[in-house]
Ligand binder design. Sequence first.
Ligand SMILES: [Zn+2]
Length: 335
Amino acid sequence: MLSSNSGVQRMSQTALSRSRFLRLAAGALLPSIDLRLSAAAAPNPQLVQNSGAPGTEDAAAPGRMGAILVSHFGPVKIHSYLSPADGLQVNTQMIEGPNAVVIFDGQLLLTYADEVASYVQTLGKPVDRIILSHAHTDHWGGLQILTERFPDARVFALDGIADQVRVRGPARLDGLRRTYGDKAATKVTVPTETITEGLQRIDGVTYDFKRFVDAESDLQLAALLPEQKVLMAFDLVFSPNQHAFTGANHFDHWMIVLESLKALQGYDTITIGHDTPVDRSAIDSTMTYVKRAKAIHSVSADAKTYSENLKAAFPDLQQAGFVDLSASYLYAAPH
Ligand SMILES: [Zn+2]
């Protein structure tokens, strides 16, 4: 086992820099789903000044628009790239082992995927593989750049996710192109390799891959890193500071999934799909949110009502754009 105790202690201290990160990355939050690049494109000088907690560091670089938090676990490092608000504050996690890097998720926009790729290159190790956590566009939109810049890295996902990307991807990209122009991908990048559930060791890091259905998305990967005591939950768990995406209409089953994460042992820190890492209490806050959203959905006749009521129920949460987006999916005509 690696020196997990010190790693956990250090990782939990990421909480100390959360508020700073949030200020940095959420500085340009927009109230609508029509989030345009210009609003958040300016690099934030605070990033350069942010020294971070012991054991974690903010890998700031002049001109970089996203934020990067590095957590140390002996020979293993987790680098978390967080995009600015117009990129939906989505994370790309880079797990750096002794010899290689494993990348999880590919960003919404090409611009930010490009920052991820440039950062990975500074680590001086080959990209072993890229793993897609689920089929929502904000997690694969930028894979086009990552696969161009790391042509030897194969793209993995759970069985079923490639099909979802292949089927729904073109329409999603059309929508992205209308909003973001050439910051959005021109082609759909479909995973070609299947990742299976269970324990796997990749470059000295143990992953316990898990498959969940009918939660925030229809199909979602999670990974427990037992030696680091980290759960990579992606969009199963949301930040206590942000709205969650509820557009998949799986309120009841998502609660069951969250209960199972609560029952799961062996981790203290959760890396999530959006925003900086959280502790286990974020499972409870996500449950509170999902429960409330379900109740509001059951009494709201249309998207506008759902959206207004949910925002009123959680007036302090960021990423209100998720609410409008969720409402548009929940109340869309069946197709
Ligand atoms: Zn997401």
